[in-house]
Write a protein that binds this ligand. Structure first.
Ligand SMILES: [Zn+2]
Length: 355
């Protein structure tokens, strides 16, 4: 009797542990080679295979919460020298605790590894393409396109919400701001607006009229937005400088947004009276030269105000740069070098009404 009871008990225990194992496998979440069971954090890579050019491995962290909830994707380092956003992601890897999390976070801290390692701004030096212009990507394209294709399949298609992190690149002196892109879809726009307000950056660009063609979404956030997922872009940091205050803006903003999405406990701290900007006007260089700024990032300028000048290599002034519109300098060229077509500054114009 006792022996048969023991046998039954052992069989039952084996069956239960097998059932629990199957259940945990079913609930585990994998992205690339990172696989995390509920309550676990796992690291791995999105493996971009060799194609017309070299292969690359993009680091990915999956934080699978102990509780049920949505999937949030956090992506940074498409421009690998926008360091502040990358450092903020590294902090979040350690800060996010799967035992306290409802839902799953897919965290990609550094998309453009070659840009980071070789200190090349704006582009992936392997194929000279920006890693935030070729979405949804191509399986048989160059490295940037293959990486974008993989991120679309493995990250965008799997998430419910997405935040794309940027900042001033090595040559950009930038004040922090966010982008919010309304779509006309009421529920999606309400949630994405709640996300951007919860994030807390006090200048928000309203980014309208974006491509809805799923094969030509170009930007990561738009790839996600066009697929019906509330998404925002946030920017902080500038010119290769990593300041603790800027890192904190991105880390605290992420936590506040996750509170708004009910993924972590606590109340969000939304920005109360943000400055809404309805247009961004680029000022481009029309020739090579040496740039002398007369205004700083974040300065409010009036149309026609001189914000800097350009000389040739003999010291002769060849151009006075004036603000084409009234607004706020979102970023301004941080270094003397200027080529034809380079971006001298971006000015955001203040929206007459909050959306
Ligand atoms: Zn960027």
């Amino acid at each position: 009797m006792l022996r048969s009871f023991t046998r039954t008990f052992v069989s039952l225990a084996i069956f239960l542990s097998f059932a629990l194992y199957v259940h945990a496998q079913a609930l585990s979440f994998s992205v690339g080679t990172a696989i995390a069971a509920p309550g676990q954090k796992s690291t791995g890579y999105l493996e971009v295979p060799t194609g017309v050019d070299a292969a690359t491995n993009i680091p990915v962290i999956v934080i699978n919460g102990a509780k049920h909830g949505p999937v949030l994707a956090l992506v940074s380092g498409a421009h690998g020298t926008e360091y502040t956003s990358i450092i903020a992601m590294e902090k979040l890897i350690n800060l996010l605790d799967p035992s306290q999390l409802a839902g799953t976070v897919i965290l990609i801290p550094l998309v453009n590894i070659q840009s980071f390692e070789q200190k090349v701004p704006h582009i992936n030096p392997i194929d000279n393409k920006s890693m935030n212009r070729y979405y949804p990507g191509k399986a048989d394209g160059t490295q940037t396109e293959r990486a974008s294709f993989l991120i679309t399949k493995q990250v965008v298609d799997r998430c419910d919400y997405l935040i794309d992190y940027h900042g001033g690149d090595l040559d950009e002196s930038l004040r922090p701001y966010a982008y919010w892109a309304p779509t006309g879809r009421e529920t999606q726009d309400r949630i994405s607006k709640e996300m951007v307000l919860a994030f807390g950056l006090d200048h928000i660009i309203i980014w309208r009229d974006r491509s809805t063609d799923l094969a030509a979404t170009r930007y990561l956030d738009n790839t996600s937005t066009a697929r019906g997922k509330p998404s925002i872009v946030v920017e902080a940091g500038y010119a290769g400088i990593v300041e603790a205050d800027d890192v904190a803006l991105l880390v605290d903003g992420t936590m506040s947004t996750m509170r708004a999405l009910k993924m972590v406990s606590g109340e969000p701290r939304p920005v109360q009276n943000p400055v809404w900007l309805d247009r961004v006007v680029d000022i481009l260089s029309d020739g090579p030269g040496i740039w002398y700024p007369l205004a700083k990032r974040g300065t409010y300028v009036q149309e026609g105000m001189k914000i800097g000048f350009v000389t040739d290599y003999f010291g002769k002034v060849i151009l006075e740069t004036r603000a084409p519109v009234s607004g706020v300098i979102l970023h301004i060229n941080a270094v003397p070098s200027l080529r034809k077509g380079d971006n001298i500054a971006d000015i955001g114009t203040i929206a007459t009404h909050a959306p």
